[in-house]
Design a protein around this ligand. Structure first.
Ligand code: FMN
Length: 193
């Protein structure tokens, strides 16, 4: 069974990235995957303190809601991160989650523990019509390289400000649903070998 973990970095439930993430997870579920969604804003995830307490690649010494999330990331075959654009960057909720994945960075790059190939996607929405997503995508890729989840599919939309306004786009939600189906299918193929 393919496991898809959706991580929402927006505090706006029913907002644009939330709707897109839901559709992506729906597409994955329709393709037979087991899906789970985590809303970062409902959790307490402190920023990384660079204490190197996770050097063992096993646990972070900060005792908060990231603890159980490490296990979910670990077993996921596909990780989908959805974040709005905040000051041309990912949201603080998303960035705290990414930085706390430093544990996986130590595991991969310092301890040289071989990883398992997985799938990934990054979803984002910005209000400004000329929003540039390059910086956000680079941040997402840095995470997904660390998680052995490359290449990263991206789905980004510029010019949507109000919560839910992404529904006015002719096919954004359909694109998200197709992305979910594709992620599930690709992961199914990977898991066969
Ligand atoms: C704190 C904050 C900062 C924002 N900064 C930007 C920005 O730099 N560029 C942009 O295009 N939109 C920016 N926006 C608008 C959001 O990206 C936009 O409303 C988006 O649709 C929100 O997604 P959501 O509905 O999933 O939360 C900002 C919104 C907030 C609340």
């Amino acid at each position: 069974m393919v496991r898809v973990l959706g991580v929402l970095g927006s505090p706006r439930q029913g907002g644009n990235t939330d709707l897109l993430l839901d559709e992506t997870l729906r597409g994955a579920a329709e393709a037979g995957a087991e899906v789970e969604k985590v809303v970062l804003d409902q959790l307490t995830i402190r920023p990384c303190t660079a204490c190197e307490g996770c050097r063992d690649g096993v646990r972070c010494i900060l005792d908060d809601d990231m603890g159980p999330l490490y296990g979910k990331v670990e077993v996921a075959d596909v990780i989908v991160l959805a974040s709005p654009v905040y000051f041309d960057a990912v949201s603080a909720q998303a960035k705290a989650f990414i930085d706390r994945c430093q544990l996986f960075w130590f595991r991969k790059y310092v301890l040289k523990v071989p990883g398992r190939a997985r799938g990934s996607a990054f979803i984002s929405v910005g209000a400004r019509v000329r929003t540039e997503f390059d910086g956000l995508e680079a941040t997402a890729r840095a995470l997904f390289y660390t998680l052995d989840a490359m290449p990263c599919h991206t789905l980004t939309f510029a010019g949507f400000e109000e919560a839910g306004s992404i529904e006015d786009h002719p096919d954004a939600l359909a694109q998200a649903r197709q992305l979910g189906a594709r992620l599930a299918a690709e992961a199914g193929e990977r898991n066969r070998f």
